[in-house]
Ligand binder design. Structure first.
Ligand SMILES: *Cc1c(COP(=O)(O)O)cnc(C)c1O
Length: 376
């Protein structure tokens, strides 16, 4: 059996090596390392793929969130509602900009922000909501947009884990996650569903005025060289990364299908086990399985993690400490939150290897080991 990894980037690269190497070589020959043709091609390709009117490439997914918030022209102390059950970047950028993160609980089935909890957390200082499509499952966007419209709030979708995913409306129409809120953001970190070979990110919007602000902010606050109208930053996707992404974007749907097939295999293996809850797939979400995350009840989770490791099977806890319990937010009252579901999930989740290259032999070995430990 081939060694099992959380993410097998090497094998994926081997299959597209000739295309990727040629694309990289082309950038090297052109020497257009910054804002070259590869970058404009990629932005156009991603705009077409997602249906988003504007795609603004930037340096990484954290910058994408920061630039999105900067474009909204918020004031220090303004409140931004976010889940606590997420990667730290979602909440960190809020505090970095001297805004106040307001942590709310998630839905225990989807792991995504709970619309009822959002509405309860709204105060006169609330300005924005950042739903996260965690693990590749869409947040409940229709409810979230309705709340935002009612209270005149901005919505920034953190789509770092769900690029290529869909949100389906009750009438059957679908939109890509990241294109439903006023702004969407994503990351091309190597292990993400559309990953480059370094850092990268992008921002999505359909709003022309927001798009020009976002572009300016990512480029030192200028739209004309050396004339700086607002305080911005320097956040670019470099041409070499864009060249890799141009090749991989063409494969994204294939990659998603491979992830979903692996998830189907796991689902079947763990189905109806009294101690295991497999990932829920809400009817409105076309899940893209950035992670395959189980919720365990009455299982020594750390024991399972160690047992799997002893058989050379990696597993991960995403995330061991929720944002509201991070030291980073202690001075902002993080410890005062009571987020029951977040704490409950934090004790029980475990993510299994999930990538585009898993074969049946590996999936069989992983499932058998998990079940072997739990049934023992
Ligand atoms: C990865 C990730 C980010 C940050 O992306 P980087 O490119 O690593 O900066 C933000 N939010 C979520 C939910 C992520 O998973």
């Amino acid at each position: 059996m081939r060694p099992i990894q959380m993410v097998d980037l090497k094998r994926q690269y081997t299959k597209i090596k000739s295309e990727v190497d040629a694309a990289i070589q082309e950038v090297l020959e052109s020497t257009a390392f910054i804002n070259g043709k590869a970058v404009t091609d990629f932005a156009a390709g991603l705009s077409q793929y997602t249906g988003s009117r504007h795609v603004i490439p930037c340096a990484n997914g954290t910058d994408a969130l920061q630039i999105a918030l900067m474009a909204l022209d918020l004031q220090p102390g303004d409140e931004v509602i976010t889940p606590s059950f997420t990667f730290i970047a979602t909440t960190e950028v809020v505090a970095l900009l001297k805004l106040k993160p307001v942590f709310v609980d998630v839905d225990p089935k989807t792991f995504c922000i709970d619309p009822v909890a959002i509405e309860k957390a709204i105060t006169p200082k609330t300005r924005a909501i950042i739903p996260v499509h965690l693990y590749g499952h869409s947040a409940a966007m229709q409810e979230i947009m309705a709340i935002a419209n009612k209270h005149k709030l901005h919505v920034i979708e953190d789509n770092a884990q769900a690029i290529g995913g869909d949100y389906r409306y009750p009438d059957g129409k679908a939109k890509k996650t990241g294109t439903i809120g006023h702004i969407g953001t994503t990351s091309f970190f190597p292990s993400k569903n559309l990953g480059c070979y370094g850092d990268g990110g992008a921002i999505f919007t359909d709003d022309d005025a927001l798009a020009s602000r976002l572009k300016m902010i990512a480029n030192h606050g200028q739209s004309r060289r050396y004339y700086h109208d607002m305080v911005g930053c320097n956040s670019r996707l470099d041409s070499l990364q864009a060249a890799v992404l141009n090749v991989k974007l063409k494969k994204l749907d294939e990659y998603i299908a491979a992830r979903r097939a692996a998830a189907d295999y796991y689902d079947k293996a763990f189905k109806a086990h009294p101690k295991i809850t497999t990932p829920y797939r809400a009817p409105y979400s076309h899940h893209v399985f950035h992670q395959y995350t189980l919720v365990l009840e009455g299982v020594d989770r750390n024991g399972l993690n160690e047992f799997l490791a002893s058989r050379n099977i990696p597993s991960m806890i995403y995330y061991p400490v929720p944002a509201h319990r991070q030291q980073m937010f202690a001075a902002m009252g993080g410890g005062n939150y009571h987020l029951e579901t977040t704490d409950w999930l934090t004790e029980r989740v475990i993510s299994l290897p999930m990538h585009t290259e898993l074969d049946e032999e590996q999936l069989q070995a992983i499932s058998a080991s998990v079940l072997g430990y739990i049934n023992n």
